[in-house]
Design a protein. Structure first.
Length: 132
């Protein structure tokens, strides 16, 4: 009986491991359709800390949802700045919207792609707003 249980557990965990192995590449870049780790990052990205780099990746994912990006290295980082915003609008209030009236930590991320400037504000829990 014990030997039978070991065999069943071995098969079960072996299948789980195989599924993770096969699907991991699809899971790590889920939804973006783009390589989020380009070979030649521009000079500014080399100077960013890990939190700032994470914010840039979130903003790049947003651009990828709106455009067809073939090569992430075509995106130029213009500005990445950590900031305390006075309210939930993250410094980019939109007409007709109500925002929390509490200070919120976040980032300003400005990127350029194909001549267009993308100004994103990223707040707590990676909530992202695009300033226009």
């Amino acid at each position: 009986m014990i030997k039978k249980n070991f065999i069943l557990y071995g098969v079960f965990f072996g299948l789980i491991g195989l599924i993770i192995f096969l699907y991991y590449p699809a899971i790590k870049d889920f939804g973006s359709g783009v390589n989020m780790q380009p070979d030649n990052q521009n000079e500014m990205s080399d100077q960013l800390d890990s939190a700032s780099q994470n914010m840039v990746q979130i903003a790049i994912s947003e651009i990828a949802k709106k455009t067809t990006i073939n090569n992430v290295s075509d995106i130029k980082i213009i500005e990445v700045q950590e900031k305390e915003f006075p309210d939930g609008s993250l410094g980019c209030p939109q007409e007709g919207m109500a925002y929390t009236q509490a200070v919120e930590s976040g980032y300003i991320v400005k990127l350029e792609y194909e001549g267009a400037i993308y100004d994103y504000r990223i707040g707590q829990n990676n909530r992202i707003l695009q300033c226009e």
